[in-house]
Design a protein around this ligand. Structure first.
Ligand SMILES: C[S@@+](CC[C@H](N)C(=O)[O-])C[C@H]1O[C@@H](n2cnc3c(N)ncnc32)[C@H](O)[C@@H]1O
Length: 184
């Protein structure tokens, strides 16, 4: 993340907006609980909230410093340094999986596809995938100067989740992109 992003994602304002506008409705409408995996937690805006709404939360973070900071901050979260495109878990391990403001930091469409495939693979049948991401805009491109900026097109996300065999897929384009799906 560049310094713009690091400052925004670790701010109280960002955490409150993500939690009230994205996470609360997604969790309320999708009955999320049990064992959950979150990928790309960064400074932990979603992690902070999710850990209080599921039985056990695992987070997988590519940046070793961010992972270490999360492990120091939360003693009730299992923090795993690693790549969400190669999750170190067997098929069907989780009841829920989440990705928030993360997919646009994955540099290629192929790698984004692998991340989505991994999220679905580690869900149990009937398990729920929830997520949100930024929509492409000139302002956001400028905000990411010197950083990875690869917003996923909503139509690609929909196609990919269908190809992965998910059911009850929703892709909502509003101020942000949100998505939900169930593993068959
Ligand atoms: C913009 S931050 C999002 C932070 C948080 N989810 C939020 O919404 O506030 C994106 C995070 O994804 C992480 N990330 C990027 N690619 C990843 C990958 N392949 N596997 C795991 N984490 C990744 C980055 O290191 C960064 O911490």
């Amino acid at each position: 993340m560049n310094s713009n992003h690091a400052a925004l994602c670790s701010s109280r304002e960002w955490a409150e907006r993500l939690q009230s506008e994205v996470l609360a409705p997604l969790v309320r409408d999708n009955g999320i609980g049990g064992r959950m995996i979150e990928i790309g937690p960064g400074p932990g805006a979603a992690t902070e909230w999710l850990r209080r709404h599921v039985e056990h939360l695992v987070v997988v973070e590519a940046d070793p410093e961010a992972a270490a900071a999360l492990a120091a901050r939360f003693d009730d979260v299992e923090v795993v340094p690693g790549d969400a495109a190669a999750l170190p878990y067997p098929e069907g391990e989780f009841d829920a999986a989440g990705s928030f403001t993360m997919l646009h930091h994955v540099p290629t469409r192929e790698a984004q596809d692998r991340v989505l495939a991994e999220l679905v693979r580690v869900l149990r049948p009937g398990g729920v995938l929830v997520g949100s991401d930024s929509l492409a805009s000139d302002g956001l491109r400028e905000f990411h100067e010197g950083d990875t900026y690869n917003p996923i097109p909503p139509s690609h996300l929909l196609d990919r989740l269908q190809e992965l065999g998910c059911s009850r897929i929703t892709v909502t384009v509003d101020r942000v992109l949100t998505f939900t799906a169930r593993k068959r």
